[in-house]
Design a protein around this ligand. Structure first.
Ligand SMILES: NC(=O)C1=CN([C@@H]2O[C@H](COP(=O)(O)OP(=O)(O)OC[C@H]3O[C@@H](n4cnc5c(N)ncnc54)[C@H](OP(=O)(O)O)[C@@H]3O)[C@@H](O)[C@H]2O)C=CC1
Ligand SMILES: O=C(CO)[C@H](O)[C@H](O)COP(=O)(O)O
Length: 476
């Protein structure tokens, strides 16, 4: 029997759809799932693709079904299960075989797994996949990290299954070891910020302007034809217009306002902090999800403090235009922060991450796909090493056109008691970033006062402590 080109372990939401996508693009694939019943059901329901899929119930049978050197995608629950699965698989593999973790792994785990396999003759690829269920089935964005040689072995099949933007495949080899999973993590960090900002605008429309879910859906629908055109705005319109089949009410109105999170947003923030990069919009988005989860406390606090009355803006149409521009301005801040984190990581881990390529492969297939990412691709192609996306000619122009709107929206929200942590942090990030004389001179003076930490002087004079003595005089 003809051997399979590739194998896949884990027929959950992502793995089953990815397998069908691989099979549909003409690649024969062997599949295995911990629970064999799932494999049987998957194969039975594969329809016309059945002949392209080899269902296997033991790992021995599974490995034997794949042509060496064997690329094996592991698409299972992230964390310990991946280590366990790799250990179970290893005894059946031969030199040159490639284990590919396609889940949302922490890049530190990926680096460890990569290193652990170094002397075994086996290879490891850490591969970020984005696009959810639909993307996995019809074309995800794929971020690959590993050796260039192992990438060459899988390039053809991954290119065949990836999303295409104007015919260009949304897959790329981004660097060694943890590069692919790091980039996927930051993709998700940006996704958190993008979603949080959209939710904050939704909050203003709902609680400030008193609009219904479907009216807000219409607003997002209109915005999706303009500069905010993106998958997240598109699905926001759809979810806002959907009704609950049980109550007939708008679906969003019966969903508990408590956001889940699986870890990639938090890892983005941790890594940004570790590398000394300000990723305030992503931090605000993670904090926003944390606060949302403290629902009982919020309910109790509202009983104590009540809610301020939100005044309707005088000119509704002008305010709607401001909201659209505010979202764009804040979004630029969030993406600038995400790319700055990746630039720092690239230097820290010697990955040489290709910023234009990253923007290019996010233009289609992934959750943050948008027209906007095409503009980011152009900006980074013109200047791949620019310090911050905000200062590129195209984006500085956009910021100048929209920051006033963000300022008015954040002011309105503050006066109305409407929480806008991501929008306001993006505004403050911009205001801090573009101000040559900040306020850290006072912080430095304080640090020197209480801890003799020293400071630099503007005039360059070689005197690094203030005239405040030890700072302990008041206790004498
Ligand atoms: N859902 C999404 O939108 C996206 C998910 N991801 C990532 O992809 C990965 C898979 O997610 P998803 O498909 O949604 O998950 P599902 O919950 O749908 O499927 C989980 C899969 O993992 C298997 N599994 C769980 N524990 C173990 C274990 N200890 N050993 C072996 N297999 C195990 C399950 O097998 P069994 O049937 O036996 O339980 C099942 O096949 C995760 O890392 C996720 O973060 C990435 C991008 C998007
Ligand atoms: O990777 C994804 C999308 O890109 C997954 O859907 C992931 O689960 C999203 O993260 P979270 O569950 O923390 O919201």
């Amino acid at each position: 029997m003809e051997q399979a080109e590739i194998g896949l372990i884990g027929l959950g939401v992502m793995g089953s759809n990815l397998s069908l996508n691989i099979a549909e693009k003409g690649n024969k694939i062997a599949v295995f799932n911990r629970t064999a019943e799932v494999t049987r059901k998957f194969h039975a329901e594969a329809g016309a693709l059945q002949n392209q899929i080899v269902p296997c119930e033991t790992l021995e049978e599974f490995v034997a079904a794949i042509r060496p050197p064997r690329p094996i995608i592991i698409m299972i629950k992230a964390g310990d299960p991946v280590d366990q699965q790799m250990e179970h698989l290893k005894p059946y593999l031969s030199a040159g075989d490639i284990m590919i973790d396609a889940g949302n792994a922490n890049f530190r785990d990926t680096m460890r797994r990569f290193d652990n396999l170094k002397d075994s003759g086996l290879t490891f690829i850490g591969m970020g996949v984005s696009g959810g269920e639909e993307g996995a089935r019809h074309g995800p964005s794929i971020m690959v990290g590993g050796t260039e040689e192992s990438w060459k072995r899988v390039e053809k099949v991954l290119t065949s299954i990836s999303a295409k933007f104007n015919g260009e495949p949304c897959v790329a080899w981004l660097g060694e070891n943890g590069a692919g999973h790091f980039v996927k993590t930051i993709h998700n960090g940006i996704e958190y910020a993008d979603m949080q900002m959209i939710a904050e605008i939704y909050g203003i429309l709902r609680d400030g302007l008193g609009m219904s879910a479907s009216e807000i859906g219409n607003v997002f629908g209109r915005w999706n034809t303009g500069r905010l055109n993106s998958y997240l705005i598109e699905i926001s319109e759809k979810v806002l217009k959907a009704n609950d089949p049980i109550t007939g009410k708008p679906m969003v109105d019966v969903i508990v306002d408590r956001a889940g999170q699986k870890g990639t947003g938090k890892w983005s923030v941790i890594e940004a902090q570790n590398m000394g990069v300000a990723a305030t919009a992503i931090e605000a988005a993670v904090a926003g999800r944390i606060l949302s989860s403290q629902r009982e406390e919020r309910v109790a606090a509202e009983r104590i403090f009540g809610l301020p009355k939100a005044e309707r803006p005088k000119d509704g149409m002008a305010f709607l235009a401001d909201l659209e521009n505010a979202l764009l301005a804040a979004k630029i801040g969030a993406y600038a922060q995400g790319f700055a984190v990746m630039a720092a990581a690239s230097a820290e881990y010697n990955w040489n991450l290709p910023m234009p390529t990253i923007a290019r492969i996010w233009r289609a297939g992934c959750i943050i796909r948008s027209q906007f990412l095409d503009e980011i691709t152009s900006a980074f192609t013109k200047d791949p090493h620019v310090a911050n996306l905000i200062v590129t000619p195209a984006f500085s122009k956009m910021v100048k056109e929209t920051d006033g709107a963000l300022r008015r929206v954040v002011s309105y929200a503050a006066l109305s008691g409407l929480p806008v942590p991501a929008l306001s942090s993006a505004l403050s990030y911009f205001d801090a970033y573009r101000r040559s004389r900040g306020t850290a001179n006072l912080t430095q003076a304080q640090r020197d006062f209480f801890g003799a930490h020293g400071f630099d002087r503007l005039d360059g004079v070689d005197k690094h402590h203030g005239p405040w003595g030890s700072g302990l005089e008041e206790f004498a």
